[in-house]
Structures are given as structure tokens and as C-alpha cells.
Design a protein around this ligand. Structure first.
Ligand code: NAD
Length: 512
């Protein structure tokens, strides 16, 4: 097991801690109550953090507005250089930040380090992009006129993030928002405040070294009330929200009410179709990692396996065998496959879902339950489980953020695609097949209705180079790669007349 002293770890990330829950003493706008962060790995108090109160919000907003006036004048490639330096700081702090992510959130150390790597990757991507914020030019229908489009910064971008990706989601948004000339106010999940504080401290090093205005990166460690203010505030041009569909519905409505812009990245209910032409070795690895990785707490976690009847029994038996080999325990121990759930509420939701599934007729072939014993003393460790179900069950239609995998049998591929699409969510999907016809049908307009559709790769995770997001109740937003940067800018069409007359469009005459 990798052992590090959490106090030293926090100190290297600029967080003062006595390792006994005393306040971190952060000096930004945080004069509210203290909240304590506990590790789901061993229930230890990691540290307490001061929250931001309502009047702190006013200060943060004023600082951000002030910073934007200066920051938008800095050329985009120079803003890119700032992001490049931030990426290098992340490289330097990767081990410490990765450990903190793992310890505070409970995901495996490998995944914690992987999350920091995603931050580094998006910084690299954004640096290149900072020289490529292209608009189109087009031919004017009027002689002596030039027409083109350009993109300008929006202003303040509010980022509200979920607990399960406590650092990467912010960086996907912040890196793009910054190169586009915006300033960012981040309200992280109150379940992972120390990860957020560490990121803010790392960015502060870059701001200081470059004499940048305060207020380019702002942090509000606070509860949902402050989140709600950010959402309803007309001065916040774009709200990028990552979280549950339940909260996203409220956020989307409130931002739309004031004609603000939003990016909504909400829940998923992701399925892998395993056809009779699948490579079953790859299918089992993809399915098991997708279902139990991050203890089933990824928006892209595999929740459903839709399996062709001729291979169903074999897949089921191999899954049972694979689940029997899973090692569950401390996420910092790299030999474990599965860590804890985030807290006891999440454990209760997992238990309730199992119960509901049984009531609806689900048959568990790998039983769930809470793990007991000294190494599971936090009460957050649960057994990954598998149930045979029907797709229409209410519980199967719902995203339970825990390692529960549902198996569904099908006869024809059309039926499998219909089952895959027949849920309210539309984030990630996959097909396992070596048959070109099956793969192409799945990717066609008559195939998967999700924002992400993969062939011979599971549903879990995504590369930062592609636009990330989903359809239907997943919210429709896109962030990270491709042209997602356009969400972070306002678009302007410009027409310039360089003649001495003023011809009107469509040949209209207006003689004076
Ligand atoms: P959550 O919806 O409970 O909380 C998300 C954030 O919203 C937190 O910061 C919370 O404080 C804030 N919040 C709560 N009420 C609010 C309100 N009324 N106004 C403004 N902000 C408010 O989600 P969670 O439990 O932290 O995360 C798990 C969920 O996030 C899952 O559903 C998962 O699928 C989803 N998720 C989606 C993606 C994606 O990219 N699609 C990525 C990660 C997580």
C-alpha cells in the first residue's frame, strides 16, 4: 500500500492542517461556518474548511467582474501560456493531488492520478486551442462589403461540480473558459472541498508568478444555497453544471428563466450491448471495469448489459466468476479493485435500490450488501452486485450511483438497440462486436441515441479530445474537446462596408 502522511500531503498543496479536523485557515472570501471533510476510506477527519457566506459571494462576484475587464484584453495565446504554466504546476503536484483525490473522494489511487492526468491533458489541449479560436469568413451579397464571424469572451463562467470527479470536471471547464478570456467562479461539491482548495492554491501560484489580477479563478466552498445564487445571478454569463438530473432540472430552469447560458452534464444510465459476435474476453473486462470502477460512481459507469441470448449464459457465468475475484478495500492500496462509496447516504441509496429491484422481480446472481470488519470501519464499503432484470423496471430506468449491474437478454439487434435507448438518460453507450454491420447500425441514426457511442470499448470514461456530454435527461451539454470551446464564447457576425455608398440588403431602395 502506498502510504503518505496526509498532513504533509496537504501542506505541499498549500493547505494547513493539523490532521485533526482543525480549520485549514484559507484566506480567500470564506467567513462562513466550518465544514469537515471525512475520508470514506477510513472515516478519518481530514481537515475542516471555512465556507463562503452570502456577503463573501458579493465580494467574489465583484472581484471576478473586475478581473474580467483586464483579463479579456490579454491576447488568447498569452492566456494559453497561463494555462500551460498551470498544466506544468499540475505535473509537479500530480502525486499529491492524486493522493488527495483518492483519499477524500474514495476512488482508487490509479484513478485519482488519472484524474490529475486529465487535468494536464485538457491544459495541453487548451494551450493549442488558444491559437485556434477561429471564426468563418463569408462572401457578402453586397459589393465592397466584407463579412465574417468572430468569438468574444462571455464574462463570468460559473462552474458547479459533483463529488465524483472533484478536480477534473472543473479543469475541463476552467481551462477552456480561461483561454476564451473568461473568469471562473467554482462551487465544488461540499463533499470534496479540500480537492477544490488544493486546485485553487495551485492556480494561485501561477497567478502570483505572472502578476495576474485576482479573480481569474475564484472558489466558493459552500452549500447549495450559494450554488443557487450563482445559478440565478444575471452577472454569471454561463453556468456549467455537473451533477444529478434532479438538481440539473432546477439549475437548467433557473438559468433559462434569466436567458443565461448553461451546460448541463447530468446523470447517465449506460449500457453495453454484447452481441453473439463479440470478443467475450474484451467484453468481460469492459463490463466489469465499467460497472465496479470508482465503485460505480462515474456518470459513465456501466449500469446495464444487454446480452444476446446465445451468449447470455456464458457471459453471466464469467461475470459471476470475475466478481468473485474482486478485491475491495482501501483505495490507496493499489492491489484493490474497488473502494468505498462516498458516504453513508450513498450506501443507503444502494441498499434501497437492491431492495426495490428485488420487489420488482430482479434476481440477484451476485448478492450485494455492506462489508464489515476493521478495514471497512467507515461503513462505506459495499459489495458490487449483479441482477437479472427487465429493462422496464422503475429501478432499472433510474441511475443508482453504486456498483449494481443489471443483465438483460435480447434476441435481435434491433431489439437490443431499442432496449439500450429506452431509458430517460442518454450519456454513454457501447457495443461489443466484431461484425461490421452490427457496429455500423449501432452508430447510425437508427442506433444509439447517446452523446457517446463506442465500439469494442466499454462505456466508462472518455478522452478529453472529443466533446463530452449526453442527450435527453443527461442535459444536452458538451464540454472538453472538439469544438466545445464555442459554448464559452459569444458569437458575433460583422459586416464592413468599405465603399462610399450604402446599398441596402435585398435591393431595398430608401431614397432621401
Ligand atoms: P448533486 O446533483 O447532488 O450535486 C452537484 C452539485 O450541485 C454540488 O456541488 C451541489 O452542492 C450543487 N447543488 C445542489 N443543489 C443545488 C441547487 N439547487 N442549485 C445549485 N447547485 C446545487 O450531484 P452529486 O451527487 O455530487 O454527483 C453525482 C451525480 O452527478 C450523478 O448523477 C452523476 O451521473 C452526475 N455526474 C454527471 C457527469 C456528466 O458529465 N454527465 C459527470 C459527473 C457526475
Amino acid at each position: 500500500m502506498t502510504f503518505i502522511s496526509i498532513a504533509e500531503n496537504l501542506a505541499r498543496l498549500g493547505i494547513a492542517s493539523t490532521n485533526n479536523g482543525s480549520s485549514t485557515g484559507q484566506d480567500f472570501f470564506a467567513s462562513g461556518i466550518d465544514i469537515t471533510s471525512y475520508s470514506p476510506a477510513d472515516a478519518s477527519q481530514i481537515a475542516s474548511v471555512k465556507t463562503s457566506a452570502h456577503h463573501d459571494y458579493d465580494h467574489v462576484l465583484a472581484k471576478a467582474q473586475e478581473a474580467f475587464i483586464e483579463f479579456r484584453q490579454i491576447p488568447a495565446p498569452k492566456r494559453g501560456d497561463m494555462v500551460r504554466q498551470f498544466g506544468n504546476k499540475l505535473r509537479y503536484h500530480k502525486q499529491d493531488l492524486g493522493h488527495l483525490v483518492s483519499y477524500e473522494m474514495g476512488k482508487s489511487l490509479q484513478e485519482g492520478l488519472g484524474e490529475v492526468q486529465e487535468m494536464i491533458d485538457i491544459c495541453d489541449f487548451a494551450v493549442g486551442l488558444s491559437r485556434q479560436l477561429h471564426g468563418f469568413t463569408m462572401h457578402s451579397e453586397r459589393p465592397g462589403h466584407r463579412m465574417y464571424e468572430q468569438y468574444h469572451p462571455l464574462g463570468i463562467v460559473g462552474v458547479i461540480s459533483a463529488f465524483n470527479f472533484p478536480v477534473a470536471v472543473w479543469s475541463w471547464n476552467a481551462a477552456l473558459a480561461w483561454i476564451c478570456g473568461n473568469v471562473v467562479i467554482w462551487k465544488p461539491s461540499e463533499k470534496t472541498p479540500l480537492c477544490a482548495l488544493a486546485c485553487q492554491n495551485i492556480f494561485a501560484e501561477v497567478a502570483k508568478e505572472n502578476d495576474l489580477p485576482e479573480g481569474i479563478s475564484n472558489l466558493l466552498i459552500a452549500d447549495h444555497e450559494i450554488g443557487d445564487r450563482l445559478v440565478k445571478d444575471k452577472k454569471v454569463a454561463l453556468v456549467s453544471f455537473t451533477g444529478s438530473t434532479r438538481v440539473g432540472r432546477i439549475v437548467g430552469r433557473n438559468v433559462a428563466e434569466r436567458f443565461g447560458k448553461s451546460i448541463l452534464e447530468l446523470g447517465g444510465n449506460n449500457a453495453i450491448i454484447i452481441t453473439e459476435n463479440a470478443d467475450l474476453n474484451m467484453s468481460i473486462i469492459g463490463a466489469v471495469f465499467g460497472a465496479v470502477g470508482t465503485a460505480g460512481q462515474r456518470c459513465t459507469s456501466t449500469r446495464r448489459l444487454i446480452i444476446q441470448e446465445s451468449v447470455y449464459n456464458e457471459v453471466r457465468d464469467r461475470l459471476v466468476k470475475a466478481y468473485g475475484q474482486l478485491k475491495i478495500g482501501n483505495p490507496l492500496d493499489e492491489t484493490n479493485h474497488v473502494g468505498p462509496l462516498i458516504d453513508k447516504n450513498a450506501v443507503q441509496q444502494y441498499l434501497d435500490s437492491i431492495e426495490k429491484c428485488k420487489q420488482e422481480g430482479g434476481r440477484f446472481i451476485v448478492e450485494g450488501g455492506i462489508l464489515e470488519g476493521e478495514q471497512y470501519a467507515s461503513g462505506c464499503y459495499v459489495k458490487p452486485c449483479i441482477a437479472e432484470v427487465e429493462n422496464h423496471y422503475e429501478i432499472v430506468q433510474h441511475e443508482t450511483f453504486a456498483p449494481i449491474l443489471y443483465l438483460i437478454k435480447y434476441k435481435t439487434l434491433d431489439e437490443a438497440i431499442a432496449l439500450q435507448n429506452d431509458v430517460p438518460q442518454g450519456l454513454s453507450s457501447a457495443i461489443m462486436t466484431q461484425n461490421l454491420r452490427e457496429a455500423e447500425l449501432f452508430l447510425s441514426q437508427a442506433g444509439s441515441d447517446c452523446g457517446i457511442a463506442n465500439v469494442n470499448i466499454g462505456t466508462s470514461g472518455a478522452e478529453i479530445g472529443g466533446a463530452f456530454g449526453g442527450e435527453k435527461e443527461t442535459g444536452g451539454g458538451r464540454e472538453s474537446g472538439s469544438d466545445a470551446w464555442k459554448y464559452y464564447m459569444r458569437r458575433q457576425t460583422n459586416t464592413i462596408n468599405y465603399t462610399t455608398s450604402l446599398p441596402l440588403a435585398q435591393g431595398i431602395k430608401f431614397d432621401l
